[in-house]
Design a binder for this molecule. Structure first.
Ligand SMILES: C[S@@+](CC[C@H](N)C(=O)[O-])C[C@H]1O[C@@H](n2cnc3c(N)ncnc32)[C@H](O)[C@@H]1O
Length: 324
């Protein structure tokens, strides 16, 4: 157990300095404190490797009521409530569901022949499936372009993006997830809120509005694992809407797969003869078999349609830059 502690400290320090810095001063401070705190490192070392991530600990602390803005108090809380922190971290996973990613996915969907039959892989609570529930508010230079008339507004800065005139017609949709979440369940909603970083208040408000909209008319999300569950799920969609264009959509999901499974996921989409739209980091996108130029794209997500890179985007859907 002790052997792992330096690795875990490094994980939290890197998270603080690379991911949190510039986006959440609260989490930057707290994760640096965790990296120096023997008791919290010991607690984390008792967890399986895949359950030690900063986002999981931070979400668990907030769910249990710790004051994450006060690092000494949060660390004392973690030590006092170690059993509870541990059991939340074992029971939950980082399933952040960000509806604003629909703003980035929409222009890619609009390039396909309508109507569409969408399979979202890694759908979480299904908030990226009901495209008609949102109003897309694109800032284009000094103008604003609004698309759709849904109840939840999704603001996005669009640079050189060929925007569609309307939301594409969707004849069928289905979600697939390793662990589907119920948007109507208050405990699930509370957990999803705890996964949003404290400073991102606009995202928290959007999440609450989207959960309410989706809970009233939830899309179907079935349990299954990519890549092996893809053929059955696509078959279901094809039966439901034989005339529609089938497309697999995934955002912030491929990072959960190992490299071999990523390659198999890309290959399975090609073999099934379906389109694939992805919004993922540069490295996972490369692993799908998409030819991506060198570089890390500075933490941006890449928007891909089949094997073409269409653009790069803010990971939470705040901005899309079209590459053509
Ligand atoms: C970070 S969430 C992203 C949710 C949503 N796509 C979005 O962009 O808001 C990733 C989701 O992928 C799911 N997932 C991870 N591995 C999976 C797999 N092999 N098959 C299906 N779903 C998976 C997780 O359970 C989680 O709900």
């Amino acid at each position: 157990m002790e052997v792992d502690a330096p690795d875990i400290a490094g994980l939290y320090r890197r998270f603080a300095e690379i991911e949190a810095r510039g986006s959440s001063a609260t989490y930057e401070r707290l994760c640096l404190a965790v990296a120096d705190d023997a008791a919290t490192l010991r607690l984390l070392a008792t967890l399986p490797r895949g359950k030690r991530q900063p986002n999981l600990l931070l979400g668990a602390l907030r769910l249990l009521g710790a004051d994450v803005a006060d690092p000494p108090a949060a660390l004392a809380f973690a030590e006092k409530h170690a059993a509870d922190v541990r059991s939340v971290m074992l029971a939950r996973s980082t399933q952040t569901n960000e509806p604003a990613r629909c703003s980035v996915l929409l222009p890619a969907l609009a390039r396909l022949p309508e109507p569409l039959a969408i399979l979202e892989v890694g759908a979480s609570a299904g908030l990226c499936l009901p495209y008609e529930q949102y109003t897309y508010v694109y800032d284009v230079g000094d103008q604003q372009v609004r698309i759709g008339d849904g109840v939840v507004a999704l603001p996005c800065t669009a640079v050189d993006v060929p925007l569609p005139a309307s939301v594409p017609q969707i004849a069928a949709r289905l979600g697939l997830d390793a662990n589907p979440l119920d948007a109507a369940d208050p405990e699930t909603a509370a957990w999803l809120r705890c996964l949003i970083w404290p400073e991102h208040t606009d995202r928290a408000q959007r999440l609450t509005a989207a959960l309410t909209a989706v809970a009233a008319d939830p899309p179907r999300v079935i349990q299954g694992l990519a890549p092996e569950s893809l053929p059955d799920a696509i078959e279901q969609l094809r039966r439901q809407a034989p005339e529609a264009t089938p497309v697999v959509v995934h955002s912030a999901m491929v990072a959960y797969l190992d490299r071999a499974a990523r390659a198999e996921f890309g290959a399975t989409c090609r073999e099934l003869g379906v389109h694939r739209i992805g919004l993922e980091g540069a490295e996972p996108t490369r692993d799908l078999g998409v030819r991506v130029g060198p570089g890390e794209f500075g933490g941006r997500f890449l928007l891909t349609l089949d094997d073409a890179v269409l653009g790069h985007a803010h990971p939470h859907g705040r901005e899309l830059v079209w590459l053509g």
